[in-house]
Write a protein that binds this ligand. Structure first.
Ligand code: SPV
Ligand code: MG
Length: 436
């Protein structure tokens, strides 16, 4: 088995290298020249969350391993594209995929394609012991720094079909978003990002969504969430506040590890966009708002901290033409993405916008907030060229009736026994939060 001319393909995702990876590579080396197909963020995003470490750094680590001859990107999570191009004599993969639910189905496909040129599958026994898992956690903590978190949203936009964002108004909701995963159609589905909503942040404090809760207070609560989570966070900055104060806000957000700011093109006393009566709400001039975008862009330290413009033309009844004109101006001013807001019952209005804007040379990733048009499926948003979906207020709306119901039941029964079946044991909360 020693011919060095034989090609051995080793597909790897690696967030960081552990002894299991070294074992696989050492086995592979016995069969010939080792080419690692390093799964790109895009390939990994097809079935689970993207790694903490970006592709370039992962590539650097793997390239420098003694027994690796070459590292090439693998963009398809079933390896088929690279296998067809390389026609390797061997493919080496740990045997754990025989059992893993959502990777299991790839194995027969790989065996079938290797057969075409008489390639063989080598499956060393997977060893993943507790110490590896513990050290993985420690290394993750090290890499889980502010810089990595800030750039995560930009990476997700590049690698996912649609980035799924859910409102988080405190650390507990942040932990739900952090930990919840479901398996569906052989993929792990989860929320990618948190939304710090002005509406739910204010409501949590019993105040209206009119900036009565100031940025310092909002940043202090979002820091609580950032302390216990690793997913990126988008900050709803209303209209971004006073022009003269904007650079301080941008600096605070970026320093604290926020990934994006969304500013809406309104002026005057803020009123939530979902109110029917928008009589007193005024839109900013496109020129003045573009100036804000430019200021935000020149203040940020990293280009991965995204500056997002939110267009309120549909909310204020100004129509498609106005929205498109503004989108072009904001895009030219440097906005990294556009949120086109609507309070219609269907997504027709925002789709009329995306249809034209996505063809324009100023097109940018589009964001939808389907609060009123909640029947829209993510697949339809994708089809219509949307890159981010924000579920803007749902966890708060879910929590309030549950809490009110519980309070009512205790009043009715003059004891808490009857409600026990509807609430979770305190142990689950303790487990969710952990001890360290
Ligand atoms: C928020 O969640 O605070 C938003 C979205 O800005 S909306 O409530 O629709 O204005
Ligand atoms: Mg808001």
């Amino acid at each position: 088995m020693k011919s060095s001319k034989k090609i051995v393909y080793v597909p790897l995702a690696v967030d960081f290298i552990n002894d299991a990876h070294i074992k696989i590579i050492n086995v592979a080396k016995k069969y010939g020249e080792v080419i690692v197909g390093l799964l790109t963020d895009k390939a990994i995003a097809k079935y689970k969350s993207i790694p903490i470490i970006n592709y370039e750094t992962r590539e650097l680590m793997v390239k420098n391993l003694k027994n690796v001859s070459k590292v090439i990107p693998d963009n398809s999570y079933d390896y088929i594209e690279n296998l067809k191009a390389l026609k390797p004599n061997f493919l080496v993969h740990g045997d754990d995929w025989k059992k893993q639910g959502f990777r299991k189905h790839i194995r027969p496909k790989v065996i079938k394609i290797l057969k075409k040129w008489n390639g063989k599958l080598i499956e060393p026994r997977s060893t993943k012991n507790i110490s590896v898992t513990n050290s993985e956690k420690k290394i993750k903590d090290i890499f889980d720094n502010t810089e990595n978190r800030v750039s995560k949203l930009a990476r997700l936009i590049k690698s996912k079909e649609i980035v799924r964002v859910l409102e988080s108004h405190n650390s507990l909701t942040g932990l739900i978003i952090e930990n919840l995963k479901i398996e569906k159609n052989k993929k792990i589905e989860e929320f990618d990002c948190m939304w710090s909503s002005s509406l739910t942040d204010s409501a949590t404090k019993g105040k209206p969504d009119n900036q009565a809760v100031d940025y310092s207070s909002r940043i202090s609560s979002l820091n609580d969430m950032l302390d216990v989570t690793s997913k990126p966070l988008i900050f709803d900055a209303d209209n971004g506040g006073q022009f003269e104060h904007l650079s301080f806000l941008i600096r605070s957000l970026e320093r604290n590890g926020v990934s994006a700011i969304i500013m809406e093109d309104k002026v005057g006393l803020k009123k939530n966009s979902l109110f029917k009566n928008q009589k007193d709400a005024k839109q900013d001039t496109p020129k003045a708002f573009a100036k804000k975008i430019k200021k935000a862009c020149t203040t940020r330290k990293s280009k991965d901290f995204l500056i997002i413009a939110r267009i309120e033309s549909f909310i204020l009844g100004k129509g498609l033409k106005d929205a498109l004109k503004r989108a072009e101006i904001y895009s030219r001013a440097g906005a990294d993405a556009i949120l086109i807001h609507s309070k219609e019952k269907t997504a027709k209005e925002i789709f009329s916008f995306s249809k034209i804007f996505n063809k324009s040379k100023f097109s940018k990733p589009l964001i939808a907030v389907p609060s009123t048009y909640s029947k829209v499926y993510e697949k339809d948003l994708i089809k219509n060229g949307f890159k981010i979906v924000i579920y803007a207020n749902h966890l708060l709306r879910a929590a309030f009736p549950a809490m009110e119901f519980t309070a009512k039941k205790i009043l009715e029964n003059t004891r808490s026994f009857e409600i026990e079946k509807n609430i979770i044991p305190i142990k689950r909360i303790i487990n969710l939060i952990g001890n360290d």
